[in-house]
Design a protein around this ligand. Structure first.
Ligand SMILES: [Zn+2]
Length: 245
């Protein structure tokens, strides 16, 4: 898109889609880029179906818990949040008031949730979409619980559906995560992935299939399309922070 094309879009639209992800280990079979690659494809397909502009994917996220596995690139929550904030404020200058973040990595969510609340005060309504909780709710029986965790069969299936050439299923691993000896109900521990698995895979991965991945992709894109259409119609008055009662 050139700047006159951007001007034409922003003159008539106050909404954009921004994909964000991470670059972190997903076991020996999957590419490091899994989270940003999937976010990009979900965002682009949704943008195509809704005539909303999709920005370039922001590839690096908050992944310190994966650093012992080679190639992981991690950004602090503070720097990540500010980078996304300044991206959003640049768009606000051109009249954007509605931003749909397609987040491919759960570790980014606390920073994104904080930011969304702060931006709302400034007059920008930011929603965050994550494909895997949507898939868990909408396709509850497609995968077992042990297939739905980090780098498991569900995520690997989506990789197979979207970028088959980047997955090496001959290196697929099934690994039951280890329970830390201090773990108990109600306890949160500062563990890294390496404390729980040797391969980086949580649970079952070898049952992944491109066919199941396509089902997940279609289902989550349909869901996100309905959100984007609703957001397009919503009045800014209804989206902004309410005054005190
Ligand atoms: Zn992932």
């Amino acid at each position: 898109m050139s700047w006159p094309e951007a001007k034409e879009y922003f003159d008539g639209h106050d909404i954009v889609i921004v994909p964000v992800g991470s670059n972190e280990q997903h076991g020996p079979a999957n590419p490091l880029g899994t989270d940003h690659l999937i976010a990009k494809r979900v965002a682009e397909e949704t943008a195509r179906r809704t005539d909303v502009l999709c920005l370039q994917v922001i590839p690096f996220g908050v992944s310190p818990h994966h650093k012992q596995f080679w190639g992981t690139v991690s950004i602090s929550p503070k720097a990540f949040k500010e980078y996304i904030r300044e991206t959003c404020l640049s768009l606000m200058y051109y009249g954007v008031r509605k931003i749909v973040v397609v987040n491919g990595h759960g570790g980014n969510l606390p920073a994104l949730s904080d930011l969304a609340r702060e931006l709302r005060v400034q007059g920008v309504f930011m929603s965050v979409f994550q494909w895997w909780p949507a898939a868990g709710k909408l396709l509850p029986s497609l995968f077992a619980a042990e297939e739905r965790r980090h780098a498991g069969a569900e995520e690997t299936s989506v990789n197979l559906a979207l970028h088959f050439e980047l997955v090496n299923m001959s290196r697929a691993v099934d690994e039951a995560p280890r329970m830390h000896p201090t773990q108990a109900e109600g306890i949160t521990l500062p563990l890294g992935t390496v404390d729980e698995t040797s391969s980086g895979v949580f649970g079952k991965q070898s049952t992944a299939s491109a066919e199941k991945g396509r089902k997940v992709f279609e289902t989550v894109v349909d869901e996100l399309v309905s959100h984007v259409e609703a957001l397009k119609k919503a009045s800014m008055n209804d989206l902004m922070e309410k005054p005190k009662v």
